[in-house]
Design a protein around this ligand. Structure first.
Ligand code: ST9
Ligand code: ZN
Ligand code: ZN
Length: 335
């Protein structure tokens, strides 16, 4: 029965074009046809350095660093991650809930620690990504390959469509947000302090960690891990996973990404219902949704309010109409 159903489904033109398997010939073809004048070498070199330091950071973390430094780095991972998932993503890009001033200050500090561009730029790029997914106007268009959507786009001049289509978006809410604009204005000194200076100085002063160890582990290695996990949402979760809500789009349900990214891997759901503060059908620990639990907690103590969701009926209807059938099979098993 299942096989027949698979065959009955019409193949979408979107899905036929994708080539996930590693194809050496295609990689060589793409490299030969790359417009090298558009490569931003400064970024490519900085990313290369970051990866060298991270390898050294792994060595130091295993053999040299104090336990306190490891614990501190893990804590910074969660802070930076929440700055992205709860701050830049669910609050500022999608406005899926509202936050009081103190919460917005905390999230802006955490987002600065993550060093992923200022909030304004992050949210503007992300809104273009949602509106024009998988087209030239998508900053990390997954049709341009796994590497491009993962990190290649950060070393390459933007396609003109990103800028022209991006200019048609309404970003007035961001421009009116004093915290967002203040962070943008002072971004360079703020980001250097939050991402590298404090993570070096705090372990050095408080528990006499060697400053180089602190910088490599709590600075570079922790930064790099948060980066790759974030980038996996654009690469892996746009390639691998089921599509219970819309089988005609790239974004997919990817449990591994959800686990690493504090609940942000349920990307098929998220692209279909982007205003849902859970970015997933489920907000609990079972869905690894640490970010939703944190928003729920903030809402309980009055820091967050107006949390937006989608009704179960609407989810069910949409899954029935455009999904790949995987949601139904899961729910009928558990019923
Ligand atoms: C980083 C960001 O890593 C990662 C974002 C990932 C998003 C993931 C989303 C997934 C969902 C959430 C899940 C979270 C999970 C988290 C888990 C955590 C554990 N609209 O950019 P420029 C205009 S950053 C409208 O210089 P180039 C605009 O006027 C890493 N207009 O273009 C702009 O000027 P301004 C660290 C736009 O020259 C002007 O064009 N950072 C738009 O082509 C020029 O823009 C880096 O590596 C738009 N969308 O350069 C830096 N865009 O800004 C990387 C542009 O003044 N960036 N305009 O208004 C760069 O160096 C450059 O941007 C470039 C392109 C080289 C990539
Ligand atoms: Zn989003
Ligand atoms: Zn996406």
């Amino acid at each position: 029965g299942e096989l027949l159903e698979e065959e009955d489904q019409p193949h979408s033109p979107l899905l036929e074009k994708r080539e996930l398997k590693i194809n050496v010939r295609k990689i060589i073809h793409d490299l030969r046809h790359l417009d090298w004048s558009k490569v931003v070498w400064r970024n490519a070199i900085l990313f290369m350095l970051l990866h060298f330091y991270s390898v050294y950071g792994i060595y130091l973390a295993i053999f040299v660093a104090q336990w306190k430094t490891i614990g501190f780095s893990v804590m910074l991972y969660f802070m930076a991650a929440l700055g992205i998932t709860m701050g830049a993503h669910r609050l500022w890009s999608h406005r899926s809930f509202k936050a009081t001033l103190p919460l917005r200050v905390i999230l802006a500090v955490f987002q600065t620690l993550s060093f992923q561009n200022d909030i304004f730029e992050w949210a503007r790029d992300h809104r273009v990504h949602h509106k024009y997914s998988e087209t030239d106007a998508d900053p990390h268009n997954a049709r341009r390959g796994f590497f491009f959507s993962h990190m290649g786009w950060l070393m390459y001049r933007k396609h003109p469509d990103v800028i022209t289509k991006g200019r048609t978006l309404d970003v007035s809410d961001l421009q009116e947000d004093k915290i967002v604009m203040w962070q943008r204005k002072h971004y360079v000194p703020l980001v250097v302090t939050a991402c590298f200076v404090l993570p070096t100085v705090i372990p050095w002063v408080l528990w006499e960690e060697h400053p180089v160890t602190a910088l490599m582990v709590a600075g570079f290695l922790r930064y790099n891990i948060v980066l790759h996990v974030t980038w996996f949402v654009n690469s892996l979760a746009h390639w691998v996973g089921s599509k219970p809500f819309d089988k005609n789009i790239y974004p997919s349900q990817n449990p591994i990404v959800a686990y690493l990214a504090l609940g942000e891997g349920w990307h098929n759901y998220h692209h279909v219902f982007p205003w849902d503060y859970r970015t997933a059908e489920f907000g609990g620990l079972g869905a690894y949704n640490i970010t939703s639990l944190t928003i729920d907690f903030c809402s309980k103590i009055g820091l967050a309010y107006d949390l937006k969701t989608v009704s179960p009926e609407m989810i069910e209807q949409r899954a029935h109409r455009t999904g790949d059938g995987s949601r139904h099979s899961v729910s009928s098993k558990t019923e």
